[in-house]
Structures are given as structure tokens and as C-alpha cells.
Write a protein that binds this ligand. Sequence first.
Ligand code: ACO
Length: 467
Amino acid sequence: MKPRSPLDALFNPRSIAVIGASRHPGKIGYTIVRNLIESGYTGKIYPVNPFAKEILGLKAYPSVLDIPDEVDMAVIAVPVGIVNRVARECGEKGVKVLVVITAGFSEVGNREAEEELVKIARRYGMRVLGPNIFGVAYTPIGMNATFGPSRIRKGNIAFITQSGALGIALMGWTAMNELGLSAVVSMGNMADIDVVEVSEWLADDPHTRVIAIYLEGLKPGTGQRFIEAMKRVTAKKPVIVIKAGRTRRGAAAVASHTGSLAGADTLYSAGFKQAGILRAETVEEMFDWARAFATQPLPPGENTVIITNGGGVGVLATDAAELHGVPLLQPDNELIEKFRKTMPWFGSPKNPVDLSGQAGVDNYVAALRVAYESDKVDNIVVLYCQTAVLDPIDLAKAITDVAKEYRDKNKPLLVAMVGGIETYEAMKVLNREHIPAYPSPERAVGSLAAMLRYKRYREKLGKQGLV
Ligand code: ACO
């Protein structure tokens, strides 16, 4: 069972007050109430606004103190000048966690107000997320307490972000790309709750399989604690970080954005490595890897087979495998003969297993069966180049069926499809069915490589008796 944590109120509040709930569509305080309602939040929602009787059909209260119920979480979206006053009222009310949307604190040099906010929180035993954030969402309870898009695709990737605008943008982007999220957490200035504490909570969350973090920097002096705590998190589940501010100019931009210390990039790299964190170079890469971790079992071994209908993409995948340290299986004669039976005489049964451009659904299905049934094969990469003889949607459906049939084999399966709009539709089918599909062989292989790195890391911990 998950240990109790002070952050339970942030992810599982029984009731939420929105302080600064607005009567006016388009305003932040209105959008948060609307998102909570539309996302199907199962707890109680209490809009707070001294000038309103009702907001979006819900009774509004002049102050949090007037709410005739316990309040676990207060989302604060009033101007900076009144935040600390309403925070004090929250303390008197017994609120457990404040989600402070309001900007205008330390990120613009207003340190006093931020320090005062933390002091008030400490005095009353409250925790603070923010300030300067777009909110928090946790899909298992249908809670979207953000002013981002109302629709979040449910899934098991937790996304923590130090950038607000990028975070909001990626909420929409993930939904469009069939990426399911368990949680979205905007960190902002991290006056109190930080990336480490949120990661620790998510490490024990049964609805989260992988944690993806957009990180700008850590507070000075917290590096060692970050490494030690994240070691415990990565022993439980994979953590992927994209670290912004790698360059000198990027680091300067970070300082004026969230006030964090971007620091020497090499130090971050070394720290991530020590902590078992997978460092992605781009946002796309971070979510590519997260997609694989979220849907596939960890590789049971290293031996990888590539099945393709195109020699060229097979070669590109082979190059990517070598570059990323993904070992390709050298099939023995018995396996070669089995693969040979799945293809026309001019195909190639070695690895990559090239079914040829003439390949149809049956060829792919037969080759996939061989790969699943062979105990020499640990991981499978399927590549498809669009041809007029094989409809990608038919292939996607067939791959899905075979993968379901062999689910108990626990072998990761990753797919890459190269082609026109139809291949994108087919990839949607696959991704919706929890088979990670990518538009290039390199991205599929790169994602498998990340899984293998994490597998090796866990094995190392296992040898030390740490997992
Ligand atoms: N208690 C509760 N509600 C109150 C109180 C009070 N004491 N006093 C006023 N209100 C009401 C207001 O009347 C208003 O409701 P109304 O529209 O029905 O009249 C509502 O609270 C909001 O107050 P406003 O004065 O209208 O404030 P506004 O909505 O313009 O701004 C906000 C508040 C959004 C918090 C703003 O100060 C702010 O910080 N904006 C930036 C937020 C941000 O960017 N955060 C980082 C996100 S990440 C990113 O970069 C995307």
C-alpha cells in the first residue's frame, strides 16, 4: 500500500476551493472551475468570490472561511496583492495544500511576498505548490485544476514541468498524439513543494508508470538531495528529464524565467547519471521514450529482432541500433529457417528480417509469431514503409491482435511506420491500443535503447540488493 504523504491532498483532494473563481469566461479563475467540472472531478468544488453568488452553476462563497465543509486544496487565482491574505484565511480554515497560480513573486524579484507566503503556510501546516503555475491535474480522479486545455488523455505518464506555457502547450500536444497522462504538475517557483517531492509521490503512485520532467534548474544547494532522492525514485520507475538551459545563453534565460540555477550542464549530466535518470535531448524524445515505458514491459533481455518490409529502413534501424547500443540478435539456423517460411523467396530471413516490399499482413503476422515464440528473441521492432499492396490500417490491426495474443510473453514491441497520412492514422490505431508507434525507425529504436539503458540500470541496482 502507498505510504501516506503530505502530498496526498495535492493529488487526491476530497474538496477544492477555487479562490478568485471568476464570473467571466476567458479569465483564469473561470477556466479552472470550468476545467474541474468538465474533467469530471469526483470531489466537491467550491468557487470563492466575494462578488459572486454563483459561478458555472455552483454556489460561490465570499471567503474560504464561509464554506460549510472541510477544504483539502485551495487553488488561488487572485492578484498578487491579496494572495497572502487569502492564504491566511486558508490556514484558519484548515486547508491542507495551496495551489498558487498567481504570478508576480520571486520570478520578478518579489521575494518578500513569496517568503511571507511560505511562512504563512508553515504556520498553519499547509503545503504550497507554486506560485507562478498553471495548476495541477491528476486523471485517476478526473481532476484538472489547471487553466490549460480541458481535455487530458488518461494514461500512466506523469508530466512535471517547470515551464508553464510549454507545459500547457504539451497538454494539448500529448492528447493529439495519443499520449495518456496520469498527472500534470506545474512547478513554477517551487517556493515549497519541489520536483523531488512530487517525483517521490509519483514513484509510489500505482497509476503512474513513468515520470517525464521538464527541468530548468534546481535551487542552490539542493543538488545532492536531488540525486539521493531521485535514486530512490528511479529504483521504482523510470524518470526521463529534459534539462533546459544547456548553453550559456540558455542558462541566462532560465535565470530570468523561474529564477532557478541552471548551473554547469556537465554537473547536471553527471548528477542525472548517478541518480539513474534518463536524459532526453528534446521534448519529442522525452515523450517517445515515455510512450514506450508507459505501454511496454521492460526488456527481458538484450536480443532484438527487426522485422521490416523495406531494406532501407531496416538499414537505418540497424545503424540506430548500433549507435544506441541496442544489440541485434544473430539468429541461428533454426530461427533463420523459421523466418524464411514467413516471406517470399527473395526476402531476407536474417536480422533485419526483410519480408520484402511485397509483404502483406500475413507475412508480418507470421514473422511476428516466430519472434514472439522464439525464446532467443527478447525485443521486437516492426518497421513498415507504405506500399500500395499493404494498407497500414490493416497492418496496425493485425499487429495489435498478435500483440494481445502474446501479451504474456512480456516482450517489448515497438513499431515505426514511414509514409503518408494513412500511416499516421495507422499509428494512432496502434498508440490507442498501447503499442508505441513512431514515424521513423530511428525514433522506435531510440526508444527501445532508453528502455534497455533503464533495464541495465535496474539490473545493476539488483546486484547491489537495491531493488
Ligand atoms: N477572494 C476571492 N476572489 C476575489 C477576491 C477575494 N478576496 N477579490 C477579488 N476576487 C475575484 C475578482 O472579483 C475576480 O472575479 P470576477 O472576474 O468575477 O470579478 C477574480 O477574483 C479574479 O480577480 P481579478 O482581479 O479579475 O484577477 P485576474 O483574473 O485579472 O488575475 C491572476 C488574477 C490570474 C491570478 C493574475 O494575477 C496572474 O497572476 N496572472 C498570471 C498567472 C500566470 O501566468 N501563472 C503562471 C502560469 S504558467 C504560464 O506561464 C502559462
